[in-house]
Design a protein around this ligand. Structure first.
Ligand code: C2E
Ligand code: MG
Ligand code: MG
Length: 925
């Protein structure tokens, strides 16, 4: 068994020792730690800046600035200029003149001599700079002293003018002097300050504000008007100021200053008795450290604020003392080390007070407790019931929802055994998982199951998921660890989902409105019957009309009532709703039930009127029968019964039809054609041709018949004889006819005023469509006078709905539209309707015309028709005139008008228009 490494915090005592050691070491070496040094410098700078003071004014800086360089125009200057300056200053009675310029290299002899003379004659003492510098750039090369030319140094005082940078890259210190050729020689600052000392390094007092040093541009001195007397008795420093002369150094507090000013500030530090003193602070720091340690150890009994406030007070006092010492006594006190000692003292005190070890351990413990509390909260608040159990199958944790879901009351199940709480199947599952675990430990195992319980009389459906997770637990009394497990049982209430699923299941199999099986389920149920079985598709006649008239609610109730009746019938074995107003029933064949009997039985269901909501309603049905003997898919049985129903729908009134494969095929084709027609209608594949009609007496064009054409991209030119009957059967002719009417009227409005247009109207249009409105719209849109529109109807129109048709025709005639009876002689033999119907013209069918010349009987029929028309006061049009003979015969019989290939085949609109314009006479006799 692998032991886990446990991290242990160092003991409080060890920590105390470490901190004390750190404090003591710091007190001894803190001053040399770069970070603390930087901090000390920063504090010293802050004190300089906080208590500024002015320069004494006894040293004047004559600056070689930009203005001076511009005035003299050349650099380096001829030495005679320095000579002039020295002479002028001497005349003015100035004190010392320090020229901070390197004269170590010779210029011209005369110039050097001129400067040497000036130096010699100077009333005041001239000081020239010497520099300590390395011979070469190599590290460790020997140091040499750069001096002015011998002729110059003989006539002047020499002073060191070195400026050196401190560790932090700024100029902090200056020296009082150095050795020149073995002789102690003062620095420029020492000479200017007239001190006697020539050795030692000191801090420059940067509290002296460089801006307060009297500074004059050298160019002004050179000016003849300058009152040199102003400088009387003052020491003079001449040196570079202009940036391009590169005598600029970084300094604390002020950023950058020119080298000559640094000499002045250094001299001022001496003059003002501000040679800043530093001292070895270590003994004081050690004493302070001891005090801090003592205080920290002694303060463990205090509240935390006391040591913190004490430390802050000590800090403030310390800093104030250091500030006053530097400001008033030129004594520099470094406080960074002491501050750090104080800080460590606080850490020591804190360690004593709270025992860091314990504190950190407690921190870690609190985190663990927090995690445990969070996990517990997650479990408690879970909407799923969660039970956590140990290897004894004893519950040690549970969610609030578990109490409710398992109906265990507020006391809950903690401490109970799982067996007391969950149902047997779940418990068995847990036991079997636990057994698997003991056989092969160390693997996570999980299993799910759905079960139902009864709570307060209501059934609850629950999904349970059991997980067994291996854990290591210490074996009592030994150091080794045992592989055991903890388990969780998560129970989700899926009652709502289950109900929903059941509902979905129901809806996918049954019709929600009637409760009957839907198409799929009914088709499946057919498979359970012994063959032969009769399948009847039952369509409610005119249900959609009824639905629209009575409202959907009544329609729904009627459908429910039909379903009830079908189900209640003792001979109907099963019933379903195929959709809309179509039902289906199955009746097994028996001695008394052959196909016909079954059909009549189903039709008989509708004999009695339906009664609901104090309403009595009668509805007819049409039935399609298919008797299944084959082993086809039951879907096909249904389809065939539906084909038969389609067939039955073509007959008038209630009735039934058996399945007929030929009819089905026709229906299929016509359905295909119907779909193609509807598609073509939207893509403008229909067009009209116009066949000329002439006055037979004169051969003069007097109109044209509009004939519909359909050019399908795949089927080619489809004959109206093929598509018109299909369009009539499915009612599509109403749309098509309206379209033809509109276009024919628009076209005819372009023709001369004496020409009429004849438009064919299908019988359905008279019954279903509002033909009167369609005609009105077409005339209004085209502007065609009603008298120039002839409508051709066929005899079949008169078989049904006589009154409605009569009304429509009368309205049309009242508008001025002329009505022609097309294909006269081929339809129904009864002539009675001729008198009753409002007609203007008879169109003699082409079959008689064609045979007229050869066949006596046909000729006789034509003669009879002519006299019949005359008798009824109707005009006549003969169709199908193909020869001059036919024309002449018809003309001599007194037939007024005619059309046929002899006068012209159906023409495109443009061709007909051309004909009306160019050739009013057709086939003149
Ligand atoms: P219909 O109204 O009797 O039209 C006359 C038919 O006879 C047309 O055939 C025409 O092309 C054809 N015809 C005319 N003169 C001669 C001839 O000298 N010899 C021969 N052999 N035939 C001739 P089409 O265009 O094939 O039309 C057939 C039928 O389709 C029409 O008979 C009409 O009942 C129907 N139809 C055509 N267009 C429409 C329409 O727009 N609406 C309706 N409802 N039916 C239409
Ligand atoms: Mg016609
Ligand atoms: Mg005809």
């Amino acid at each position: 068994m692998r032991r886990r490494h446990v991290f242990r915090w160092p003991t409080a005592r060890l920590l105390r020792l470490l901190i004390i050691c750190a404090i003591v070491s710091l007190a001894l070496v803190g001053g040399s730690i770069p970070l603390l040094k930087t901090l000390d410098n920063a504090l010293m700078n802050w004190r300089f800046a906080a208590a500024p003071r002015n320069a004494s004014g006894s040293i004047v800086y004559l600056a070689i600035d930009r203005e001076t360089l511009d005035a003299l125009g050349t650099w380096p200057w001829p030495r005679s200029i320095y000579a002039d300056i020295i002479e002028k200053l001497s005349q003015g009675g100035v004190g010392d003149i320090f020229i901070d310029i390197d004269f170590s290299t010779p210029s011209t002899g005369s110039e050097d001599a001129r400067l040497a003379d000036a130096l010699a004659n100077a009333g005041a003492s001239a000081i020239l700079p010497v520099f300590n510098q390395h011979l070469s750039a190599d590290a460790g090369s020997t140091t040499v002293v750069t001096q002015p030319l011998p002729a110059l140094r003989e006539n002047a005082w020499l002073a060191f003018a070195n400026v050196s940078l401190d560790d932090d890259g700024t100029v902090r210190r200056f020296t009082l002097g150095d050795l020149l050729d073995g002789q102690p020689t003062q620095s420029a600052a020492a000479v200017l300050a007239k001190t006697h000392s020539a050795s030692g390094s000191h801090l420059i007092d940067y509290s002296i504000n460089p801006a307060s040093v009297p500074t004059i541009s050298l160019s002004r001195i050179l000016h003849p008007d300058f009152e040199i007397a102003k400088l009387k008795n003052r020491s003079i420093v001449i040196g570079a100021y202009a940036t391009e002369l590169k005598d600029i150094f970084p300094v604390p507090v002020y950023g950058q200053l020119p080298g000559p000013i640094l000499h002045v500030l250094a001299a001022e530090s001496i003059l003002q008795d501000r040679l800043l003193q530093e001292f070895d602070q270590r003994p004081v720091q050690l004493a302070f450290a001891a005090a801090v340690i003592a205080a920290a150890l002694g303060m463990r009994a205090f509240q935390t604020t006391v040591p913190f406030l004490s430390a802050a007070a000590v800090l403030a006092i310390g800093e104030t003392i250091a500030f006053m010492a530097q400001k008033d006594h030129a004594l520099v006190v470094h406080t960074a080390t002491s501050c750090t000692v104080l800080l460590l003292g606080l850490v020591l005190m804190f360690n004593e007070k709270v025992d860091f070890t314990q504190f950190l351990a407690e921190l870690a413990g609190a985190e663990q407790r927090n995690i445990r509390r969070l996990l517990r909260k997650i479990v408690t608040d879970s909407t799923d019931a969660v039970l956590a159990f140990d290897h004894h199958l004893k519950i040690f944790e549970e969610s609030d929802s578990a109490k409710f879901m398992l109906a265990s009351g507020q006391s809950g199940n903690r401490g109970k055994l799982l067996a007391e709480v969950v149902s047997a199947p779940i418990y068995d599952l847990v036991v079997s998982l636990a057994a698997e675990h003991s056989k092969k430990p160390g693997v996570v195992r999980s299993s799910s199951s759905r079960f139902s319980i009864s709570v307060d009389g209501a059934v609850k459906h629950l999904d349970a998921t059991i997980t067994i997770s291996p854990v290591e637990r210490p074996e009592e009394g030994t150091a080794s660890r045992n592989v055991s497990f903890i388990g969780s049982l998560v129970i989700r209430d899926v009652t709502t989902r289950q109900i929903y699923e059941e509902r979905l299941q129901y809806l996918s199999s049954f019709d929600a409105l009637t409760g009957l099986m839907n198409r799929r389920t009914f088709a499946e149920s057919l498979g359970t019957f012994d063959r032969p079985v009769h399948v009847a598709a039952v369509g409610l006649h005119r249900f959609s009309v009824l639905n629209a008239a009575m409202g959907r609610d009544t329609g729904d109730k009627l459908l429910q009532a039909v379903a009830e009746r079908l189900l209640a019938h003792p001979s109907i074995a099963s019933a379903g709703r195929l959709g809309g107003d179509v039902f289906a029933v199955a009746i097994p064949q028996s001695q008394e039930f052959f196909q016909k009997d079954c059909a009549e039985l189903v039709l008989g269901v509708f004999d009695a009127p339906f009664q609901f909501e104090q309403r009595t309603m009668h509805i007819d049905a049409r039935v399609g029968m298919y008797t299944a003997v084959d082993t086809c898919e039951t879907d096909f049985w249904l389809e065939r019964a539906e084909h038969a129903l389609d067939d039955a729908k073509t007959i008038a009134g209630a009735g039934w039809q058996p399945y007929n494969p030929d009819v089905a095929l026709r229906q299929h084709r016509s359905r295909e054609l119907e779909q193609a027609m509807r598609d073509s209608f939207n893509t403008n594949e229909f067009f009209l041709l116009y066949q000329p009609q002439v006055a037979l007496g004169t051969g003069l064009l007097n109109g044209a018949e509009a004939l519909l054409r359909w050019k399908h991209p795949e089927f080619g030119l489809v004959s109206p004889a093929t598509f018109i009957p299909v369009a009539e059967a499915n009612g599509f002719i109403c749309d098509l006819g309206r379209w033809a009417l509109r276009h024919a009227c628009i076209e005819a409005s372009r023709w001369p005023d004496n020409l009429a247009v004849a438009v064919n109207v299908a019988p359905v249009q008279l019954i279903r469509a509002d033909l009167v409105a369609d005609v009105k719209n077409a005339l209004a849109e085209s502007g065609l006078p009603a008298a120039r529109l002839h409508l051709e109807i066929t005899e079949s129109a008169f078989v049904e709905h006589t009154t409605a048709i009569q009304g429509a025709l009368s309205d049309l005639r009242a508008m001025g539209v002329r009505i022609a009876l097309d294909d006269f002689g081929t339809g129904y033999s009864s002539l009675s309707y001729l008198a009753g119907f409002p007609l203007d013209t008879l169109k003699i069918d082409q079959t008689f015309v064609k045979k007229m010349a050869s066949d006596q009987q046909s000729s006789a029929i034509v003669q009879t028709i002519v006299s019949l028309a005359k008798g009824l006061g109707l005009s006549l049009v003969a169709e199908g005139i193909e020869s001059r003979t036919e024309w002449q015969m018809l003309a001599s019989l007194g037939c007024e008008d005619g059309q046929g290939y002899f006068f012209g085949k159906p023409l495109s609109p443009d061709d007909l228009l051309a004909l009306t314009a160019e050739l009013p006479w057709l086939r003149a006799a």
